[in-house]
Ligand binder design. Structure first.
Ligand code: NAD
Ligand code: UDP
Length: 314
């Protein structure tokens, strides 16, 4: 019998790539999603696969999975700033109530659960790069608070279930990740810039573009998550690519990659509480998981662009 894994947020960007990887590793996959920010097209190719099931369900309500369950990857949550600003209460609920349901399910089934946390737990960081030992600088009542605090609560709840109920838990802190299956209109910087460049619109750089991010290609991230799932590490682990770049340089890079584009850069106000810098310290992932990213931005952007070109014309 194959081991069974439940992937919440399974129709999302990361959840769908995880479904592909887990099926390729020989697991049976149950993808659960309420499609609030996901897209069924991300998993369309898996329908009909004998080891794949899709269940449309909101994980803030009681979650039932019949039979044995060995692993849970809890990835359900809006992830883009424009999404969680549009649906702030759902964002808080899935991080808090949804996580509670998933931990209860893990306890009942004796399943190991890995939860998707984020570099946003560090807020606008005053320590750079960010190691897992940094506690962060988060504004709980700012616009990003609904996401950041939900994820911080999720980590606390996960650790409590581990400590008090002995549930096998893993926490990954994911830094900005990109790749095929991001929604062109999800507002995150990469789809925003690529969509604008392909349509010939100016690239919307927020602020002076001096803020930094560090972008990880999705296949690298999925590999780090898979290794963490199978490891013994209970403490949070950063997974991301330390190659840091300013947003202005990133816009210029996208324009170089699409030489036929007539677009230029246009500056817009910086969103409230937008972190000024972000770069993962991946010492822990390197030493515990033997993991580091392999795909550089040039290669990752080429692969992603090929995907977006099919979407812009679709
Ligand atoms: P996404 O929006 O593409 O995927 C999230 C999925 O969760 C969607 O399919 C959505 O419909 C589903 N969902 C949301 N609320 C739900 C609910 N109540 N019940 C069932 N399904 C629900 O976003 P993503 O980029 O794939 O992010 C996946 C996870 O990874 C999120 O938890 C996010 O916080 C985390 N993460 C992502 C990044 C990144 O760079 N992509 C960075 C840090 C953390
Ligand atoms: N950003 C931008 N233009 C856009 C979208 C985003 O300049 O059209 C900036 C945003 O202000 C932030 C960075 O790009 O500094 C990354 O934004 P994103 O929403 O992708 O993720 P974040 O890391 O902020 O959660």
């Amino acid at each position: 019998m194959k081991k069974k894994v439940l992937i919440t947020g399974g129709a999302g960007f990361l959840g769908s790539h995880l479904a592909d990887r887990m099926l390729a590793e020989g697991y049976a996959v149950v993808a659960m999603d309420n499609l609030i920010t996901g897209d069924i097209r991300n998993i369309e190719h898996l329908f009909g696969h004998p080891d794949f099931v899709f269940v449309q369900h909101d994980v803030t309500n009681y979650v039932h999975v019949p039979g044995e369950l060995h692993y849970i990857l809890h990835f359900a949550s809006p992830a883009s700033p424009i999404d969680y600003l549009r649906i702030p209460i759902q964002t808080l609920k899935v991080g808090a109530l949804g996580t509670h349901k998933i931990l209860g399910l893990a306890r009942a089934k004796g399943a190991r659960v890995l939860v998707a946390s984020t570099s946003e737990v560090y807020g606008d960081p005053q320590v750079h790069p960010q190691p897992e030992t940094y506690w962060g600088n988060v504004n709980p009542v700012g616009p990003r608070g609904v996401y950041d605090e939900a994820k911080r609560f999720m980590e606390a709840m996960t650790m409590a279930y581990h400590t008090f109920h002995g549930v096998e838990t893993r926490i990954v802190r994911i830094f900005n990740t990109y790749g095929p299956r991001m929604r062109l209109n999800d507002g995150r910087v990469l789809p925003a810039f690529v969509g604008q460049a392909l349509r010939g619109e100016d690239l919307s750089v927020f602020g002076d573009g001096g803020q930094t991010r560090s972008f990880c290609y999705v296949d690298d991230l999925v590999d780090g998550i898979y290794r963490l799932l199978l490891s013994d590490e209970v403490q949070p682990v950063n997974v991301g690519n330390p190659a840091e770049i300013t947003i202005k340089q990133f816009a210029e890079e996208i324009l170089r990659l699409i030489p036929e584009s007539k677009s230029r850069i246009a500056y817009h106000p910086l969103p409230v509480d937008d972190p000024k810098q972000r770069q993962p310290d991946i010492t822990r992932a390197r030493s515990i998981l033997g993991w580091e990213p392999k795909i550089d931005r040039n290669e990752g952007l080429k692969r992603t662009l090929a995907y977006f070109k099919t979407r812009v014309t679709a």
